[in-house]
Design a protein around this ligand. Sequence first.
Ligand SMILES: [Fe+2]
Ligand SMILES: [Fe+2]
Length: 211
Amino acid sequence: MGSATVLSNDSIPNVLSDIVANESNHALWLNTLSLLEHLGSRKILLTQSSEETSEMILRHATEEARHALFFKKAARTIKPSFQWGYQNSALVRGTAARIYFAKLDTLVRRSLRKVFTDEKQFTYLAYLYTTTVIEKRAMVVYAAYDEILDKTGSPIRLTNLILEEEGHLSEMSSEMFRLDPGAKERLANLEAEEAKIFNRFWLQIREFSLN
Ligand SMILES: [Fe+2]
Ligand SMILES: [Fe+2]
């Protein structure tokens, strides 16, 4: 690695293993995933509610809301006394998680603003790109996490959740390629930018896991 502050995806399983090994930290981590799913669901409903709201939009918003509930309940499975909201004290680096989400949103909007002047199309594409980039990241993290859950014999598994995220990804990518002829390149650029934002977020998670 060229720089000490650049993490590769290889660090993800190690960090997650450390977190899972500690019951309290594991519950906080599950609640952090719950927050991110909840922010996703809320964002979809806030930005995609119009006369054109489709079945796909409703399904995504509903499934993200269900994922938020799933992770919240899972925190209680791991630690029965866990029953908090989304206070920073109930999260793994809650501020960093919120910043990751907000920065990604800003990044996508800034990039699309230059190209798509029609407001409706801009709003829809912003949803498609933001969620696609987040879901691609989620798949890396969830796959590594699910493997650890499996290995440690955890009562929690992400099998169904991962299947639903895969469904979202394929639906969104077909919409994206239908509406944006430059989708391939744009997505690749946004993913490269997201990697920097995620790296900053993950450094915080790693720091937490070492305590
Ligand atoms: Fe989700
Ligand atoms: Fe999703």
